[in-house]
Design a protein around this ligand. Structure first.
Ligand code: URA
Length: 246
């Protein structure tokens, strides 16, 4: 028997199949153009099982293309949000930022509550595995503000790599943007994504992080995506990420 939780609204199914938008699908339903398992459905709100039920529009079978049902968005995570799907402490969740979509998209990897910046969220488990797998080390760029003067000597030490409790860590690239006695700003590119890695690297050099933002993941940047907002990844971008993981 079909489990209720496996069912989705008919208009969402039609939209997921790439036929049209949900709103247009609702119109098609009310026009009597949609047939489910041999019967015309005119009532709105009907739910179907996308695997077991047969849907036809204007006499043509509509089938879910698995590549269209996979969705990935690029979010500009603000400070104060956690990347877990639930939080026992009731803190704000990144998924609240795209709650209107009604899609179960989970964050790929994590960013600390006090880190902002680029975060991908997806329902594509395969893509998530490829991006998180330690074998495919995608570049991640961070914009780091530390307390105090970060000198050229500190930069040289950082570039040589630091010892962390879970092994050595060396940036691919590190640069000082601004350096003052009160605060300094640097950028750093790393490939790994160990827990709190950037903060721990700075602590190893005797610095505390005042602000941390991820500005790039592979070729993806935050260009045009304001703090707290998001955009869909284009198919070409997803294909390119997959290609890089091969
Ligand atoms: N490194 C950190 O320390 N925190 C993050 O959120 C990401 C990278």
């Amino acid at each position: 028997m079909t489990q209720e939780k496996e069912k989705i609204r008919l208009q969402k199914y039609i939209a997921d199949c790439g036929v049209t938008s949900r709103r247009r699908a609702e119109v098609m339903i009310s026009e009597g153009r949609v047939i489910v398992n041999g019967s015309v459905v005119i009532r709105q709100g009907v739910k179907i099982n996308p695997i077991a039920d047969q849907v036809m529009i204007d006499g043509k079978r509509v089938i879910l293309d698995p590549t269209l049902a996979k969705k990935t968005l690029l979010l500009h995570k603000p400070l104060g949000y956690v990347t877990t799907m639930d939080d026992p402490q009731n803190r704000r969740l990144v998924k609240d930022l795209y709650a209107d979509l009604n899609e179960r998209l989970f964050p790929i990897g994590r960013l600390d509550i006090n880190t902002s910046g680029l975060l991908l969220c997806t329902n594509d488990g395969e893509l998530a595995n490829q991006l998180m797998h330690p074998c495919y080390k995608f570049e991640k760029e961070y914009h780091i503000t530390v307390a105090g003067l970060f000198s050229k000597n500190d930069l040289a030490l950082l570039r040589c790599g630091v010892e962390l409790e879970d092994g050595p860590a060396q940036p691919l690239k590190a640069e000082i943007k601004r350096s003052h006695s009160r605060q300094s700003v640097l950028t750093m590119v790393i490939r790994e994504g160990r827990n709190r890695q950037v903060r721990r690297m700075m602590t190893a050099l005797g610095f505390s992080v005042v602000a941390l933002r991820r500005t790039r993941l592979a070729f993806l940047t935050l260009d045009g995506v304001k703090n707290g907002s998001w955009r869909w990844l284009q198919k070409a971008e997803v294909d390119r990420l997959r290609q890089m993981a091969l």
